[in-house]
Design a protein around this ligand. Structure first.
Ligand code: SF4
Length: 277
């Protein structure tokens, strides 16, 4: 096993040196930048997340800049990226960061809405140089395939020290993210040009991933309603049904789902507005 781990590390290190994708936040140790990019890149391809990152960091270089702005403005900048809950959580986090700095929260940032074990590890590794593996689906997939193991968590618990020995954790994590995004992809991995191919067990288990259709989905309807509300102060339910060409029952469902997430509210005269606080 040790020989395999050494091979894995050596090849990954060399490959990453030559093939690393360049992004402004990659070399940063600013935890706000890391939180921003990690939030933007959830369920979003990294190149697209990076386009939004540039807009966000320009407008909100610090948590304070975002906290003093309204939720509506943050949502406006987020518009087009989808999964708007992420924007709401980011805005809430910025307000918490007004009271407690990252350094004060260190090493546990999970008090920030939307920060789970993965993002916590990413902040620790990239901003605080902690020897930690930020385990996301890419990293799990590669480890599983290369070492032919079913329980990646148990494997990592046992081998993290060895994997990160003489290996900067930022390079290790980002190297695997890049490898997972370009070569060891979930479908059709490019084993023939992969640097790990010689010793890889190629334990490729068909991932049971059903890609949900976006067209006509609740997610699409939610996005369209928000888009309308971001441009206007408030609209009636009837108007939304008409714009979206959906029944009043479905309109009610969309509204209920957005209200549940705190994205909209209804005023007394039944006009729907974005919560602006
Ligand atoms: S050889 Fe294939 S399965 Fe193994 S790590 Fe590379 S791309 Fe993934």
């Amino acid at each position: 096993m040790t020989t395999n781990i050494n091979f894995f590390k050596k090849e990954l290190k060399n490959w990453y040196k030559k093939n690393r994708r360049s992004f402004e936040w990659r070399d940063s140790n600013n935890p706000w930048k890391i939180l921003l990019i990690e939030t933007l890149s959830q369920q979003t391809q990294i190149d697209r997340a990076d386009e939004f990152y540039k807009k966000f960091i320009k407008k909100y270089p610090t948590p304070k800049d975002m906290a003093k702005d309204s939720k509506k403005e943050v949502l406006k900048l987020w518009s087009g990226l989808g999964y708007n809950n992420r924007a709401i959580r980011l805005h809430e986090s910025s307000k918490i960061l007004l009271k407690y700095s990252f350094d004060e929260l260190y090493p546990d940032f999970t008090i920030l809405p939307g920060v789970g074990p993965y993002t916590n590890s990413a902040i620790l590794s990239f901003a605080y140089k902690k020897k930690i593996i930020a385990v996301d689906t890419n990293i799990k997939r590669i480890i599983k395939r290369f070492f032919r193991i079913d329980n990646v968590d148990v494997f990592l618990k046992k081998n993290t020290d060895l994997l990160l020995k003489n290996f900067n954790s930022r390079d290790f994590n980002q190297g695997l993210m890049d490898l997972g995004a370009t070569l060891c992809t979930s479908r059709n991995p490019k084993c023939e040009i992969c640097p790990l191919e010689l010793s890889c067990q190629k334990y490729i288990v068909q991932e049971n991933k059903t890609s949900k259709k976006f067209e006509g989905s609740m997610r699409q309807k939610r996005g369209r309603v928000l888009k309308i509300l971001l441009l206007e102060k408030g609209v009636t339910k009837q108007r939304l049904s008409k714009e979206l060409e959906i029944t009043s029952k479905i309109t009610e469902e969309v509204i209920e789902s957005l209200m549940k997430d705190g994205l909209i509210s209804i005023s007394r005269n039944k006009v729907i507005v974005i919560n602006d606080n």
